[in-house]
Design a protein around this ligand. Structure first.
Ligand code: 3PG
Length: 215
């Protein structure tokens, strides 16, 4: 296995089996969000670099030693660098980028590249990676798509993301190639905007229970 694939970070994600995707508009939401995730039993987050507040929010979340925090929606090598400087311990992209993968290698940070086709999986394998984000998982066929990819790529670790919610979470968790399931349903942007951090905690707790039941 590649150096990246055996990294402690991906192993930690594999133990949690969930990756809450965060779109944050206001840095003041970062601290209560961290508290809600921790109270819900899920000490990790992917902060998407889609909002002006994202990097500072990432910095605040990453400063909590109990949280494993990565950066999502990383579209360029510069963004990868900024994210790592802000404390990101892993990088997620929505699609394949040679430039971002190469910069992450130089930075020594694990990357979950977005893939949507077997050709892109082959690119990831060629680059020495064996764990990918399948995006947008729901549109690509959901759990059936993950199962189909496991045929030619049995050793591939998959993080399906996009269009997943509590109703189909269990079907993804039951698949052995699924390292973790990503999604924004636990940390939905409107919950953050409306200050409904109790609901973030509740949704997180429910998802964590499902992970436990799937074991
Ligand atoms: C995204 O890019 O927003 C993530 O993949 C999350 O997708 P979701 O909002 O459908 O869970």
């Amino acid at each position: 296995m590649s150096e990246v694939s055996v990294s402690g970070v991906l192993a930690e994600l594999g133990r949690m089996r969930l990756l809450p995707v965060v779109v944050i508009d206001d840095v003041r939401h970062a601290a209560p969000l961290a508290a809600a995730l921790l109270a819900g039993g899920l000490p990790c987050a992917e902060v998407t670099l889609r909002t002006p507040a994202a990097l500072e929010a990432l910095r605040i979340l990453a400063a909590d030693p109990d949280l494993l925090v990565g950066a999502g929606t990383v579209l360029s090598p510069t963004q990868a660098e900024e994210a790592v400087r802000a404390g990101a311990r892993f990088v997620v992209t929505p699609g394949w980028s040679d430039a971002v993968v190469e910069r992450c290698r130089v930075l020594g940070v694990p990357i979950l590249p977005g893939v949507a086709t077997p050709t892109e999986v082959l690119r990831a394998l060629d680059a020495g990676l064996d764990t990918v984000k399948l995006f947008p998982a729901g549109l690509l066929g959901g759990p059936a798509a993950v199962r189909a990819l496991a045929g030619p790529f049995p050793g591939l670790g998959v993080v399906p993301t996009g269009g997943i919610g509590p109703d189909d979470l269990r079907r993804y968790l039951d698949l052995p190639t699924v390292l973790a399931v990503g999604g924004s349903w636990m940390t939905a942007p409107e919950l953050l905007r409306e200050g409904r951090f109790d609901e973030v905690r509740t949704r997180t707790e429910h998802a964590v229970v499902m992970v436990r039941e799937a074991r």
